[in-house]
Design a protein around this ligand. Structure first.
Ligand code: SF4
Ligand code: SF4
Length: 288
């Protein structure tokens, strides 16, 4: 039966992508998905060969046909986002596509046009099929793109008869994260023993509890504050959340990433690689 593992963190910079890359090297028969569409970086380790490139259209942007404009200034007065300049040019980044100007323009000079908000891809990688995406600069609706990436990964997994979908999720607790964890069999939270790390972990845990998703925790850079690491472990035990990995800081993880490799390829016998192997075994037990 197909199982979905989503790896998230309360914020960026916890080493989430390095852990996903290492797990990608270990799991067989899987489809990979990068749902961190605002700051996708899993491709840096996977070196994907893009085999399909699709446009992602989302939302609307207003456009003014100056030849029809009678300079009544109604659109300027009504736009709540100050997206229209005195020269009747619409700033595409500020325009929210609300349509107010379009509806109230007396001369029909304004049209609403579909917005090319990004691209999504299906690629081949050394670790298997990979679905990923890139949202355009200042584009919104990343939740919608995350859902699209996940659905494509599910379609491909079913078609290729895969048993695992491994997802690199977005940071935070907003709409893209909710889109990424929906339907997951396990959410693995990567955290670090800092005050902000604990704060973010608490927020993400309550989100998972709210959506009733099975959760496990991995503490990365555990030795930067042993006391906080112990406190996270205790907190997780009290809440029946398994801590499946405790990974001390390891400079070679960064070196591996710079070379476009996972730690499993860069140094398969390292302490970090061994911890991640053990973590994968625990994950398999949890989702079985
Ligand atoms: S669509 Fe809305 S946000 Fe965009 S220019 Fe018109 S009124 Fe402003
Ligand atoms: S509302 Fe229409 S006619 Fe009036 S200034 Fe704006 S674009 Fe021109």
């Amino acid at each position: 039966m197909l199982k979905e593992i989503v790896v998230i963190s309360g914020k960026g910079g916890t080493g989430k992508t390095s852990v996903v890359a290492a797990l990608a090297a270990l799991f067989d028969n899987k489809v990979l998905a990068d749902c961190d569409v605002d700051a996708a970086d899993l491709h840096l380790v996977l070196n994907p060969e893009i085999i399909e490139n699709h446009e992602f259209w989302s939302g609307k942007t207003a456009n003014i046909d100056k030849s029809k404009c009678i300079n009544c200034n109604k659109c300027l007065e009504l736009c709540q986002f100050e997206a229209i300049s005195d020269e009747m040019v619409i700033d595409k980044i500020s325009c929210e596509g609300c349509g107010v100007c379009f509806h109230f323009c007396p001369s029909g000079a304004i049209s609403l046009q579909d917005n090319l908000a990004g691209h999504w891809y299906i690629s081949k990688t050394k670790y298997g099929t990979f679905v990923h995406a890139k949202l355009g600069i200042a584009e919104e609706n990343s939740g919608k793109l995350v859902t699209l990436v996940k659905n494509k990964a599910r379609e491909l997994a079913a078609k290729e008869n895969k048993s695992i979908i491994l997802v690199d999720g977005p940071p935070g607790i907003g709409c893209p994260v909710i889109a990424s964890i929906s339907g997951a069999n396990l959410v693995l939270i990567i955290t670090e023993p800092t005050l902000s790390g604990i704060h973010d972990l608490t927020r993400v845990l309550s989100l998972n509890k709210h959506f009733n998703v099975q959760t496990a925790v991995c503490i990365n850079k555990s030795d930067i504050n042993q006391e906080m690491t112990a406190s996270i472990i205790k907190n997780c035990q009290e809440n029946n959340i398994p801590v499946v990995g405790v990974i001390p800081y390891d400079n070679s993880v960064t070196k591996a990433q710079i070379q476009g490799l996972s730690i499993l390829e860069f140094n398969p016998e390292s302490h970090t690689a061994q911890i991640i192997r053990k973590m994968q075994e625990e994950i398999i037990t949890l989702i079985s």
